[in-house]
Design a protein around this ligand. Structure first.
Ligand code: FUB
Length: 347
């Protein structure tokens, strides 16, 4: 029996080493995850989470092991060029209302000012969305003293539409606490162990959208649910873990089509749905990225010189779910508007 176990262990570690990855990590000096990529002043800026090794890590169902404490911005002059790791852009200690966990951020530019949007837990351990402002894309950013009024949950991403309006998409279930907020933005405390809304045949919990005010540091409206439906017009259901929204909403537009892509969490996919309106409803289309190595799958998309790129993370360097590394690869929209599925592991 002992021999069999040893052989199994050797085989498992051998096949683990044999894994071929489609792309190399962008940087190996620090652990980075959840990349939100943007083109500012002709340069590529990536706003990732900065994963860290805690001295006494706390593991629980709420994701406490993702205990990040600051943000570092990455930049490249061009695709394939050298990567700069900038100094600390924002530290948790400089956010007056924050208690712990700097999760997936995003950024936006307006009139020469840069806005860093970030989810973190307040003193009551409730996720809200914060905003910090800088004159430079890489920061340092100065945090507002309170979270954005009316904001909740996590994984903010800000989409700038062609007409100059900015929309924030937010939300993530389980550890991201979206299940605590109903669609009228009312809060009911519950643990992270509350998985989805507990009713398998009900429509799945929706990500939320809010139009940003002109000042970029507040919402111009209350967050509204973004419906995700199938091609027959029926809502994607709670029990449909291969297609229902979990976290990491991101929107891009190509040829007049709005693409909402998101993570399915415990089934580890990035899937996408399309609409002719930023508010949706979005019609589920298919898989954008198959599972990466590691539990979380979180991405962004960026067009540079008429080519589209998919930024993502995996755990190639550490092999640990909460110590991730950011990567990117080219992505392709087909003639019919669908997206070619990406496989980042080549077996
Ligand atoms: O990085 C912490 C959390 O893990 C993010 O906010 C989620 O999207 C997942 O990637």
């Amino acid at each position: 029996m002992k021999k069999i176990i040893i052989l199994l262990l050797i085989f498992t570690s051998f096949s683990y080493c044999q894994k071929n990855f489609l792309n190399d990590p962008l940087v190996s000096e620090i652990f980075t995850a959840d990349p939100s990529a943007h083109l500012f002043n002709g340069k590529i800026y990536i706003y990732p989470s900065h994963d860290i090794i805690e001295k006494d890590p706390l593991y629980d169902d709420c994701g406490s092991q993702y205990a990040m404490r600051d943000y570092r911005v990455l930049s490249m002059d061009s695709i394939g060029g050298p990567v700069t790791i900038h100094d600390v852009a924002l530290d948790l200690n400089d956010v007056p209302w924050a208690k712990r966990q700097f999760w997936a951020p995003d950024a936006a530019e307006k009139d020469g000012k840069y806005y860093l949007y970030f989810p973190t837990k307040d003193k009551e351990d409730i996720f809200k969305i914060g905003v910090a402002v800088s004159n430079k894309p890489e920061g340092p950013f100065k945090s507002k003293k309170d979270p954005i009024e009316g904001s909740y949950s996590m994984d903010p991403s800000v989409y700038k539409d062609d007409d100059g309006k900015y929309y924030m998409y937010i939300g993530g279930i389980w550890g991201g606490q979206l299940q605590r907020w109903d669609e009228n933005n009312q809060y009911t405390p519950s643990g992270c162990e509350t998985q989805d809304n507990g009713i398998p045949n009900s429509p799945a919990i929706s990500p939320r959208i809010a139009l940003m005010s002109d000042d970029m540091v507040s919402f111009a409206e209350e967050p509204k649910p973004v419906r995700i439906i199938d091609k027959e017009g029926m809502p994607i259901l709670t029990k449909d873990h291969e297609r229902r929204f979990f976290e990491a909403a991101w929107v891009h537009k190509k040829d007049g089509i709005y693409y909402l892509s998101y993570s399915t969490g415990n089934t580890h996919l990035i899937v996408y749905a399309t609409s002719d309106n930023p508010y949706g409803p979005f019609v589920y289309q298919g898989i954008m990225n198959n599972p990466v190595q590691g539990w979380t799958n979180h991405h962004s998309t960026l067009e540079v010189d008429n080519k589209w790129y998919f930024f993502y993370h995996d755990t190639q360097i550490s092999g640990k779910d909460f110590l991730r590394n950011v990567k990117y690869t080219e992505m392709f929209h087909k003639e019919d508007g669908s997206i070619e599925t990406i496989n980042t592991i080549i077996e």
